[in-house]
Design a protein around this ligand. Structure first.
Ligand code: ZN
Length: 494
């Protein structure tokens, strides 16, 4: 009898230990097989919070950003080697290689000579399939930081040649900026990349798209081709059928039926990359930054919401593979010095009035160009402003000072750019975009209780949000270079 009990006890201990070990392996001890790395360009704490608050006031109090539900959160610093306020190339390199570098350098040390291996390349060499997705051009700084090694982010042709050399499995974005070898070029690097003999200038530079095709990439440029891509299709390069400025996807607020979106590119990536040895996908919300450079709050909100909708695609995948998936959401730097308060509105916020805005600053500036061409009067222009931004209608009456500012901005916009004097006062008021458009958007943002301090980036620390296997590594206060190191650690690379 005693013996039977003993055997039973040993058997129970063995069974429970087995259950415990299995549980440990599937949760704490295991490395993720599927890694999503979301990077919002120009995406700081306030960009996320503004979009989250806008969701609540437009969809109800229980609405929230998907990324706000992640269990783990950390905060990190962003400075680069030669500037306190970083740029996308240096920040992208920090987030991709774990090394600080100088402004404008892609995937290289600050000597602009030493290439640095990226997390995507390391995972590729460990059997992961790799996807790189962005809402801007595929050769832009952030995506480039994961596959290219160039002394300048402006060497777009070199970068696009590096793309097809990477052997990564999936790329998606707006297009290439200089596929035909115009623009800034590193000749020696072109020769090395194409296997040409040293010495002479490279004549008849082949299009980097045709080079990609030669290297086995399927280049997809229409929506129907995109839709028919299916699991098993490898080495795919997707360009948007219709682009906005800078070979980017259209701003979310300006997108129409049939335009390619970031969530679609993300979902397609999951379909194409899903395989038994795992995958890594970097998804960049690239135009949050651009909307913030232009100080356009509602366009920023829609970019953040679409970025978050892309994250939702990853969450849906994670729910099917909860013990094998890691999702990280980061930013490269904050842009615009976005502040959720304004001197003129004291302690109040009126974010709901932003929904009067019908299009991005980029789209509206095209209308203002037509006003200039047609000699449209200020009062007629203001009728149009009321239609597209609500300014001047009941409840959104303009003060004397606001009217004065708009009139002066309109006068500036009616002078062709090459004929007007853009002095210090001009720049502080209007920044880089069309003066009237900027003032219209700024007036609406101020009335909503939102303000901006700069048309450039800021050095605000940024949050890292994480969920899934290994998300606990992303707690605490650290440096941007720690983010890819934490991914490596979670993935068990070292
Ligand atoms: Zn920027």
């Amino acid at each position: 009898m005693k013996r039977t009990y003993k055997i039973l006890l040993v058997a129970l201990v063995v069974i429970f230990t087995g259950i415990y070990i299995t549980k440990q392996n599937s949760k704490e001890g295991k490395h993720p097989k599927y890694i999503f790395y979301f990077i919002g360009d120009g995406f700081g704490v306030t960009q996320a919070e503004l979009a989250n608050h806008y969701l609540k006031i437009t969809q109800g109090d229980t609405a929230s950003l998907n990324m706000y539900k992640f269990p783990d959160l950390g905060l990190y610093e962003t400075h680069c080697t030669n500037r306190y306020i970083t740029g996308s190339a240096a920040a992208g390199t920090a987030l991709s290689t774990g090394h600080k570098t100088s402004v404008n350098t892609i995937g290289m040390a600050s000597d602009k000579k030493t290439p640095l291996k990226t997390i995507a390349e390391k995972l590729r060499d460990n059997g992961f399939k790799i996807g790189i997705v962005t809402s801007v051009s595929v050769d832009h700084a952030t995506p480039a930081a994961f596959y290219a090694h160039q002394p300048s982010r402006q060497m777009y042709y070199n970068i696009s040649l590096d793309m097809s050399k990477s052997e990564f499995n999936y790329f998606g974005g707006g297009g290439f900026l200089h596929p035909n070898g115009d623009g800034k070029i590193n000749e020696d690097d072109v020769r090395a990349n194409l296997g040409l003999s040293a010495g002479n200038e490279v004549k008849d530079k082949p299009s980097s798209i045709s080079v990609a095709k030669k290297r086995g990439y399927k280049v997809v440029k229409t929506k129907s081709e995109f839709n028919s891509l299916k699991k098993g299709d490898d080495k795919v390069l997707v360009f948007a059928p219709r682009c906005a400025g800078g070979k980017s996807l259209l701003y979310t607020i300006d997108q129409e039926e049939g335009d390619l979106s970031l969530p679609e590119l993300t979902q397609k990536g999951i379909e194409l990359l899903d395989n038994s040895t795992g995958f890594f996908m970097m998804v960049e919300g690239g135009k949050i930054d651009w909307a913030c450079h232009a100080n356009d709050a509602l366009t920023t909100i829609h970019e953040v919401l679409q970025f978050d909708a892309s994250i939702k695609k990853a969450i849906e995948f994670y729910k099917k593979h909860p013990d094998e998936t890691l999702i990280i959401v980061c930013g490269d730097h904050e842009t615009g010095g976005l502040t959720l308060g304004y001197a003129g509105t004291h302690y109040e916020s009126y974010h709901h009035i932003l929904k009067n805005q019908k299009m991005s600053y980029e789209m509206y500036a095209k209308k203002v160009a037509l006003f200039r061409k047609n000699n449209t009067s200020f009062s007629k222009a203001m009728e149009n402003v009321e239609k597209n931004f609500g300014l001047g209608k009941k409840g959104l009456e303009l003060t004397k000072l606001e009217m004065q500012n708009l009139k002066e901005a309109y006068r500036m916009s009616m002078i062709p750019r090459n004929k007007r004097i853009e002095d210090e006062a001009f720049f502080l008021k209007y920044g880089y975009e069309d003066p009237f458009t900027t003032m219209v958007v700024k007036t609406l943002d101020h009335k909503a209780g939102i303000s901006w301090t700069t048309y450039s980036h800021t050095a605000s620390p940024l949050p890292a949000r994480a969920t899934g296997v290994g998300s606990r590594y992303f707690r605490g206060f650290f440096d941007n270079t720690d983010v890819p190191k934490k991914i490596e650690k979670a993935a068990g690379l070292k």
